[in-house]
Ligand binder design. Structure first.
Ligand SMILES: *Cc1c(COP(=O)(O)O)cnc(C)c1O
Length: 521
């Protein structure tokens, strides 16, 4: 028997505390119940979705969400789930549906969903060891594993991030600081940094990601700091153009702090020629960052890993597991060839990570991260690798790439559409063409009509919810885009969506022509 005032071992800390919504050892049964109820709602919705979307508009949904009185709680789970079903689940955009073909959103694998449930419940924070313990070590193993797949050596390191945008920001922060450090070594003094910042340049292709521009602004660089390097016909960075821009910057007294090569451009799925770009960077002593937010899935492919050859020569690499490793948002990482580069994110706080913890070799990740409190997103990838394995993930990505190639062939053979260059990954960029009787658009008016018809077709398809496709602009003209990331998408799904798109576009073009004729009468 324990005496009053003595600690009681193995007894619930909060038995029947009355605080039934607080997660602790006294509420584990309620935890099981509410989680099962939530899972059941999602499962019921998923089982009943015949379309990726219902086509609901903001005008329809916004008043319902605005009408909820947030100061009048429903008090229990079932009623709140009923309400959520109406406000969110019923009209959500479902990425698991085979006719969701729009953005870079993947269906997710079950081991990762399990990881998501566990990491939220335990709620570890990956900034320090004393808030995460094994979580810190698991994240480090996955960073090492990814670095190994890239082909980095033993000095590599990295950190999980919230997404490719943050990974690119950190990569470019490192590049800026390295450029400043180099300049200060040549010419010590407080003026050096201020002189240098407006002269720093980042070289990226026109098909690179807009987060590079955003990072340049956040980093206090000049408005024209991102220099566009030309691409070839397949939308890959042209090494000749890169050489020219490097020389031009040099002649103008500008300092190239990084070249950003994209391994999988968001629109075209094109992979910049990494070996040639790495050669140019090596020749000029310029940092190479590879944005593989999309193409990182090739790291686990058993048939196409060679498309990433040269990535091992990068100084830093962005990977988005939530793009092509079938992981739920968020799951992303920045990898660096030389772990010393991460010191630019290191600041010490007495309360969190005093310098002596480093001397005592207590592992912490906050010294490498732009974030402080940080989710244990790595757990999702860990369970995925432990349950399925890397080959199974890579096989899923390979299937998706095969399916996109099939969609490209279908479009290439379809006279209703024009398709641009074949993607190395899984996007397909195409455009419906009005039948002018002369085999396609002949003048600007035809092209303007095609622009409007393609825009309309995309919106009409989304409004019906029968399929979702993306839109983009290529050389000033409106195009449509499939991003295939679902191995369940079939050729029949693609054919069905193409028929719907062509139908919407044709109807629109006919109406426009009829309206024009009426005006002329
Ligand atoms: C999606 C994407 C990003 C941005 O990643 P987020 O995870 O959305 O922040 C960066 N680069 C490329 C090439 C991308 O496709």
């Amino acid at each position: 028997m324990s005496q009053p005032g003595e600690p009681v071992e193995n007894a619930p800390i909060h038995p029947a505390s009355g605080r039934e919504h607080l997660f602790n050892d006294g509420t584990v049964e309620e935890y099981r119940r509410v989680l099962a109820a939530g899972v059941d709602r999602v499962a019921t919705r998923i089982a009943g979705t015949d379309r990726p979307f219902t086509g609901i508009t903001p005008a329809q949904l916004a008043p319902q969400i605005a009408a909820v009185d947030l100061d009048a709680p429903l008090g229990e789970t079932t009623a709140a789930l009923d309400e959520l079903d109406e406000l969110y689940l019923r009209d959500a955009v479902y990425f698991h549906h085979p006719r969701y073909l729009a953005h870079l959103n993947c269906p997710v694998v079950l081991p990762a969903l399990l990881g998501e449930a566990i990491l939220s419940a335990v709620n570890s924070s990956l900034d320090t060891w004393d808030q995460s313990a094994g979580g810190t070590l698991i994240e480090r193993r996955l960073i090492d594993w990814t670095a190994g797949r890239i082909g980095f050596g033993p000095t590599a390191d990295g950190v999980f991030t919230s997404g490719g945008t943050q990974s690119n920001l950190q990569a470019l922060l490192i590049a800026r600081e390295e450029a400043c450090a180099r300049a200060a070594a040549d010419r010590p003094g407080p003026a050096t940094r201020a002189d240098l910042l407006p002269r720093l340049r980042i070289l990226a292709s026109a098909a690179g990601h807009f987060s590079v521009q955003k990072a340049a602004t956040l980093l206090g660089l000049a408005p024209d700091a991102v220099v566009t390097v030309g691409t070839d016909a397949t939308r890959r960075m042209d090494p000749v153009s890169l050489r020219r821009e490097l020389d031009r910057c040099h002649q103008q007294g500008l300092v190239v702090m990084a070249v950003v090569a994209t391994a999988g451009t968001t629109d075209f799925g094109s992979i910049d020629p990494l070996p040639a770009i790495a050669d140019a960077c090596a020749a000029d002593g310029v940092r190479l960052h590879v944005d593989a937010a999309y193409g990182c899935g090739l790291l686990v492919s058993r048939t196409r890993r060679d498309l990433l050859d040269g990535i091992e020569r990068a100084d830093s690499v962005t990977v988005d597991y939530h793009k092509s490793f079938f992981q739920p948002v968020s799951s992303s990482a920045l990898l660096v060839r030389d772990r010393a580069a991460l010191r630019h994110a290191t600041y010490h706080a007495d309360y969190l990570n005093p310098a002596w913890t480093v001397q005592e070799c207590i592992p912490n990740q906050v010294d490498k991260s732009l974030q402080t409190t940080r989710r244990f997103d790595a757990l999702k990838l860990w369970l995925t690798l432990r349950v399925m394995g890397a080959d199974a993930l890579g096989d899923l990505f390979d299937e998706v790439l095969d399916r996109a190639a099939e969609a490209w062939r279908m479009l290439d053979a379809d006279p209703r559409f024009e398709v641009v260059t074949r993607s190395q990954l899984s996007t397909v960029v195409f455009r419906w063409l009005p039948d002018t009787g002369e085999g396609g658009p002949v003048d600007d008016a035809d092209h303007d009509l095609a622009d409007a018809a393609n825009r309309y077709a995309r919106e009409a398809l989304a409004a019906s919810g029968a399929g979702m496709v993306a839109g983009t602009v290529v050389d000033g003209r409106q195009y449509l885009k499939f991003t295939v990331l679902n191995p369940e998408t079939t050729g029949a799904d693609v054919a069905y969506v193409l028929d719907l798109l062509a139908g919407h576009a044709r109807r629109y073009a006919r109406q426009q022509r009829a309206a024009t004729l009426t005006c002329h009468v």
